[in-house]
Design a protein around this ligand. Structure first.
Ligand code: KIV
Ligand code: ZN
Length: 511
């Protein structure tokens, strides 16, 4: 007799723990768009934010709770009355709401962070869960740093909060310290020792400091956890959280081993990953499992030969199953708006009429320069035109001219437009043309930027490929990202800067 597979709940925390990753912040519209995409992906729970953390976080949780349907919307709260009340205030209009309450339990956190005794921790945890349970019947409790908490004390806290009304018990590896065997043993220990554990769903939440977050999450599931907390592309605090796409495909590909399934529409994994990249500018490395550009590319002759004879010699998943689209169709200068819209949709971007117009204009300019426009070019154009600041076109590029030569100061003549007004500056300073372009943009816009990161990469293969520039800049103590795409890297740089400046203006209209 074969048992039917267990369905594991996917709890996505991209908008909460993921947003805590440096450079990963999103504005309200971006959060709403991502939340909708997560719902379409099929996640069971969205942790939409930490309502007490800031008015922006509160508003994002409130609006997601009001508008995203078909799944549970969750808000995080420390184990304190004001946090729990604020979380409920943000969540109360969601048809399915969950309050996620956390309190650290490990000796190191008790002694140095909380300065509380074990009795005080149990008392506070029980009071917090009771308060949450008076608002809603779906309460998750996380003993923070659970994986470094003494077994006896962890069992005591877990039993007490279940009696107080918790419905999910999450066991976080907050500092990414545990190993897969330890996680397996800890979940097994809780299942064996906590008498009321069968009344709740056990959850796992692993950080990637030792690169073990996905392995640890799968070990927890193997030991009986029914929910896994994860983020798209594994973004998150420090080294990140467990990557949703890797866990989901691990369970699907090795269903023979884990005997578990999820509700995720795996064909939406790549589009959702791209949406997050587009929104935050946080790129995934080429060889990233499942969603990286090279995840299904076979380079070695032996592998290619094997693949031609029988695909399964070297391929354990189908690229189509995670949302990569295989196409022989290349767009060019005769391709129309409908073909571009269709291609963009296949690549995971549904463009509004206005967005399509913007991307189409850039596409035509590009198609005039290059004979063939590939999928990578289209992704780069869409990311530039409709990502965060791109959607707000406060400052746009009109024209530029650069001269640069060895041992000579570069010369840049730049014209930008804001509303109907055009402004031109000539700059003769800087280490090279890119530096000079930075000076010129700052001079015209009056927005001072400190560049923290500057990356150029080609969107496709070939000498005429689009060069995609990704920058992270600081302005008045806050970090902003910008992307720019062009076949000319100076132009990409100017566009990336304008993209970042437009984000700054959107964030602070007075900038
Ligand atoms: O890593 C962690 O412990 C957390 C908790 C709030 C669950 O993010
Ligand atoms: Zn975390």
């Amino acid at each position: 007799m074969t048992l039917s597979p267990r369905t594991i709940k996917i709890f996505d925390t991209t908008l909460r723990d993921g947003e805590q990753s440096p450079g990963g912040s999103m504005n309200l519209n971006e959060k709403l768009e991502l939340a909708q995409a997560l719902a379409e992906l099929g996640v069971d729970v969205i942790e939409a934010g930490f309502p007490i953390a800031s008015p922006g976080d509160f508003e994002a949780v409130r609006q997601i709770a009001q508008s995203v349907r078909g799944l549970t919307i969750c808000g995080l709260a420390r184990c304190a009355d004001k946090d729990i009340d604020r979380a409920w205030e943000a969540l109360k209009h969601a048809p399915q709401a969950r309050i996620h309450i956390f309190l650290a339990t490990s000796a190191i956190h008790r002694e140095f962070k909380l300065r509380m005794s074990t009795d005080e921790i149990v008392e506070r945890a029980v009071a917090g869960v009771r308060r949450g349970a008076a608002y809603c019947d779906d309460i998750e409790f996380s003993p923070e740093d659970a994986c470094r908490t003494e077994h006896d004390f962890l069992c005591r806290v877990v039993e007490a909060v279940i009696d107080a009304g918790a419905t999910t018990i999450n066991i976080p590896d907050t500092v990414g310290y545990a190993t897969p065997t330890e996680v397996f043993d800890r979940i097994t220990m809780l299942r064996n020792r906590v008498p009321n554990i069968d009344r709740v769903t056990i959850s796992t939440h692993c950080h990637d400091d030792l690169g073990l977050a996905v392995a640890n999450s799968l070990a927890a599931i193997h030991a009986g956890a029914g929910q896994v907390e994860c983020t798209i592309n594994g973004i998150g605090e420090r080294a990140g959280n467990a990557a949703l796409e890797e866990i989901v495909m691990g369970l699907k590909t090795r269903q023979d081993y884990y005997a578990c399934t999820t509700r995720i529409d795996t064909r939406r994994l790549v589009p959702t990953s791209r949406l997050l990249t587009k929104t935050t500018g946080l790129m995934v490395q080429r060889n990233k499992a499942i969603v990286g550009r090279n995840a299904f590319a076979h380079e070695s002759g032996i592998h290619q030969d094997g693949m031609l004879k029988e695909r399964t010699t070297y391929e354990i998943m189908l690229p189509e199953d995670v949302g990569f689209v295989k196409t022989d169709l290349v767009l060019g200068k005769h391709s129309g708006r409908a073909a571009l819209a269709d291609r963009a949709r296949t690549l995971g971007f549904t463009l509004s009429g206005e967005q399509l117009q913007l991307v189409f204009e850039q596409f035509k300019t590009l198609a005039d320069k290059k004979k063939e426009v590939y999928d990578g070019d289209i992704v780069a154009l869409v990311q530039q035109e409709i990502s965060g600041g791109g959607a707000i076109r406060e400052w746009t590029l009109v024209d530029y001219e650069v001269t640069s030569a060895r041992n000579k100061t570069p010369h840049v003549r730049l014209t930008l437009k804001r509303g109907d007004a055009e402004k031109t500056e000539i700059v003769e300073q800087g280490d090279g043309p890119i530096d000079a372009a930075f000076w010129a943009v700052e001079k015209i816009t009056g927005v001072e930027l400190v560049c923290k990161e500057f990356q150029v990469r080609s969107a496709t293969l070939g000498r005429d490929a689009i060069g995609e520039v990704n920058i992270e800049v600081m302005h008045k103590g806050r970090s902003y990202r910008g992307v720019g795409a062009s076949t000319d890297s100076v132009e990409s740089t100017i566009l990336a800067m304008l993209n970042a400046i437009n984000r700054i203006i959107a964030d602070k209209p007075s900038a």
